[in-house]
Design a protein around this ligand. Sequence first.
Ligand code: DO4
Ligand code: MG
Length: 286
Amino acid sequence: MKLCRFIAATSPDVRIGLVPNADIVFDLTSVGIRRMQGLIERADLAGELTRLSQAGLPAVPLDSARLLTPVESQEVWAAGVTYLRSKQARMEESEFSATAYDRVYDAARPEIFFKSLPDKVVSPGEAVGIRTDATWNVPEPELALVINSSGSIVGFTIGNDMSSRDIEGENLLYLPQAKIYTASCAVGPWIVVGPSEEDVRQWSIRLEIRRGGDVVFAGDTRAGQIKRPFSELVEYLFRSQQFPNGAVLLTGAGVVPPDSFTLEARDSVRISISGIGTLENPVAVV
Ligand code: DO4
Ligand code: MG
């Protein structure tokens, strides 16, 4: 079952939707559900969504709905160096920081960093940004965990942790500038509720970058390559920190384009995760 935020063709209001199949979205706003927050906090969320899907609610065709990011009021955080590929790429990118990446991959404490305020998250179809002062920019295709205020994982979505590799590579202390800037984080298209971690680890993650009509990069990995259990990442995120609105945690990138590749304005970034769907965004200079 998939939960989304959307705008219908008939009105500019933001609605909460339930997507039971590839064709339609049930309008939960019709039964007074105007925010996801309350639903996400429910202990019986999957059961409640099943009940709502059988309640005969008004529906609109999915292809007529404009999907918004499912991030409503949660901070977005990100884990790093959770895949061997990420560790290798970053060690190659920076002699200066290589030891730090090598150490954090094996350390008990994971790398976790703040990524975005909810209001700054980019929706499907909106442009993600590349910085004017960066020369080496890449998308990072990441499985995202949707976590409620008690620290329980309630669903999964797709995140793009846009990154400026030349800034990150110059000095690790520049990481916030390489990672946090206008339109540097896209999340969507919806939240998949129900699967277990065991199921999710079977999912494939694909990154495709198009320029003009051509695919200029494509690469794949599996969520099963994430080194740490999801519960470990969430446990560290919630240590000595409260999230009254819940949180979204990107779980790291396992697909990294070759060092010769950098994004250009008007490229299109498509991230597909087999159990979720596709998050697609054009690229713009910000
Ligand atoms: O430490 C650099 C960032 C790591 C990251 O974003 C990732 O591995 O996905
Ligand atoms: Mg990342």
